[in-house]
Design a protein around this ligand. Structure first.
Ligand code: SF4
Ligand code: SF4
Length: 162
């Protein structure tokens, strides 16, 4: 296995858990209060900082989850959203969702988390901010830093939900 493949595997082993914590923490707010429905914050910049190896894994995962292999839709109202977005179920990716997607919490949502969970919520938002600005086309030293953000986010996220 190459170094980048090892990093992607380690990444995917954590994202599913963090993604399900985020679903719990954010689903009510995003479903009821989002100004950008139906696509929310799913713009088409999901590939920033993502190595080619992971882009291929994303396509594979999305196909397994029902993606038809097509790019953007042709209607005007929907031509600016990510090809992996579904109106009904949201994102088709769980394992290979990019940091920019998992870590993005809009200002309104961050405010809601701060209000609801106080200091722990603020800390969670900080971790998400750091995570969001991470890349995956990196070396092992930077990868350790990235994994530490994810591990800390999982730990704090679990506390918020308990
Ligand atoms: S994070 Fe904000 S912009 Fe994105 S779906 Fe939730 S409410 Fe909407
Ligand atoms: S990869 Fe998923 S979360 Fe990211 S923009 Fe696309 S649909 Fe949204």
């Amino acid at each position: 296995m190459t170094q980048i493949e090892e990093i992607i595997t380690e990444y995917a082993s954590r994202t599913k858990q963090l993604d399900s914590i985020l679903q719990e923490l954010t689903k009510e707010f995003c479903a009821d209060k989002c100004f950008y429905r139906p696509y929310g914050c799913c713009g088409n910049n999901y590939s920033a900082g993502i190595p080619e190896e992971m882009l291929l894994l994303q396509e594979k995962e999305a196909k397994e989850n029902g993606w038809n292999g097509k790019g953007k839709t042709s209607t005007k109202s929907t031509n600016n959203h990510c090809k992996y977005h579904t109106k009904k179920e949201g994102c088709r990716l769980k394992l290979y969702k990019p940091p920019i997607c998992i870590g993005f919490l809009c200002a309104d949502l961050r405010q809601n988390i701060n209000k609801k969970y106080g200091t722990e919520g603020e800390y969670f938002n900080e971790l998400m901010y750091k995570f969001r600005h991470s890349r995956l086309d990196i070396g092992s030293h930077e990868a350790e830093k990235l994994f530490s953000y994810i591990d800390a986010s999982i730990e704090v996220g679990k506390k918020l939900l308990s």
